[in-house]
Design a binder for this molecule. Structure first.
Ligand SMILES: *Cc1c(COP(=O)(O)O)cnc(C)c1O
Length: 400
């Protein structure tokens, strides 16, 4: 039985840079003013916090930005994923294929909505779901492929849409492609489209750490399927007059700042991409480290800056590097993320017997030192120097 890996260094009390930034999309006066305006306009017993126009404006702006036909706000990315999977009415034995290296959220949603989670291996360079391994695990029971744009490295959807067409479910037809874009808002895919325009449905998160945020929580679904859009509208507000539903609405003040954040998204992403490219350039001479790919055919938005240590350092060497970065230099880092079944008991029990050795080997070599566009140039240089020094130190013990 594989052991639950530690994802952050043990020495976190003295960090000068946290293991991960707590805030992805940062606020300016424009967000503060929009929030103040929503607050003031709600200070009237006749209107209150009724949010129809603000939410609609945010959704309209999101459809314009992504090019999708419909956009629907939710109170989180997690609830949006649950509702998408609920819509499929998965029956016993129905399968959903997803990459083993993932956030636990999408996998828990599959399990909760009655699906059987089928794990597949990541691509060794982007850590995105590997289409070849996806085909290996697809079966006549496959209802959906759940594709996560990993850490901002946007995936090419075309091979998965093709796989879905070539392996139709006998009753439901081609499996749907659900995209988890919680870490890739504003990215462009190799087909030249903005993330959110392709696939059956795409989920975004506006949680605090994400590339844009609506006061720390929030989500959005984009889709071109009118039937799905209509049903999601009911699900998030008590089912209309016919259906099951609950309350999963974003608040007015969240939608108001969301509009401003979306307007600034490209600028914030550009600053992040600049910072990531700068780090990659500075670290290029360190032969032991595999740096994140540039992916020139798309826009990688670098939710994280992934580093891979040599195979010989997998596990112990990587851990030593993270500990040393933290203890000697105050640089936080995180393993983002190990295969979900290693760190979560429910997922482990559900997927018993399914192992993803490639995912495990890659995760044992992975670390993501803290990266944020608002870190000063001096801070950035110090972090890069620390990575260089600690890598040299570890190299003396673990030969590459
Ligand atoms: C954050 C995240 C989610 C969930 O979003 P919440 O809004 O926090 O519920 C889902 N998938 C991935 C990959 C994420 O990073």
């Amino acid at each position: 039985m594989p052991t639950n890996p530690a994802t952050v260094p043990h020495t976190t009390h003295s960090l000068r840079w946290p293991v991960e930034p707590a805030q992805g999309g940062w606020y300016t006066n424009a967000e503060h003013e929009a929030a103040q305006k929503a607050l003031t306009s709600s200070d009237d017993w006749r209107t209150g916090w009724k949010n129809t126009t603000t939410t609609a404006a945010f959704e309209d702006a999101f459809t314009s930005y992504t090019g999708a036909a419909f956009a629907l706000t939710f109170n989180s990315g997690g609830t949006a994923l649950e509702m998408l999977l609920r819509y499929l009415r998965l029956e016993r034995g129905d399968e959903v294929v997803s990459c083993a290296i993932n956030f636990v959220g999408p996998h828990l949603a599959v399990i909760n909505q009655g699906g059987r989670l089928i794990l597949a291996e990541p691509d060794p360079v982007t850590l995105n779901l590997d289409p070849v391994d996806t085909e290996r695990v697809m079966s006549p029971r496959t209802r959906a492929i759940l594709l996560t744009h990993w850490n901002g490295a946007t995936a090419d959807l075309r091979p998965f849409l093709d796989l879905a067409n070539r392996h139709p479910h006998p009753v439901h037809g081609p499996p749907v492609v659900i995209v988890d874009a919680a870490r890739a808002c504003g990215g462009r895919t190799p087909s030249g489209m903005v993330v959110g325009a392709e696939g059956w449905a795409t989920v975004f998160s506006f949680e605090s750490k994400k590339l844009m945020t609506t006061f720390g929580q929030g989500g959005m679904v984009t889709t071109n399927d009118p039937a799905l859009a209509e049903r999601l509208r009911w699900m998030r507000t008590y089912g209309g007059r016919e259906h099951w539903g609950t309350n999963q609405m974003l608040s007015k003040i969240q939608a108001a700042v969301g509009l401003v954040q979306l307007g600034r998204l490209d600028e914030m992403n550009a600053a992040r991409i600049h910072r990531a490219h700068q780090r990659t350039k500075v670290l290029t001479g360190i032969t032991e480290l595999a740096l994140p790919p540039a992916l020139d055919d798309r826009t990688h938005v670098y939710y994280r800056h992934n580093l891979l240590v040599p195979t010989a350092w997998a596990g112990a060497g990587r851990d030593a590097l993270m500990e040393m970065l933290a203890a000697r230099h105050g640089v936080g880092s995180i393993v983002s993320d190990p295969p979900t079944y290693l760190g979560h008991q429910l997922i482990r029990a559900h997927t018993a017997g399914q192992d993803c050795p490639r995912a495990e080997r890659l995760a044992a070599r992975l670390l993501c030192p803290c990266l944020h566009p608002l870190m000063s140039e001096t801070d950035e240089a110090t972090v890069c120097d620390a990575i260089r020094a600690t890598t040299a130190q570890v190299a003396r013990t673990f030969h590459a």
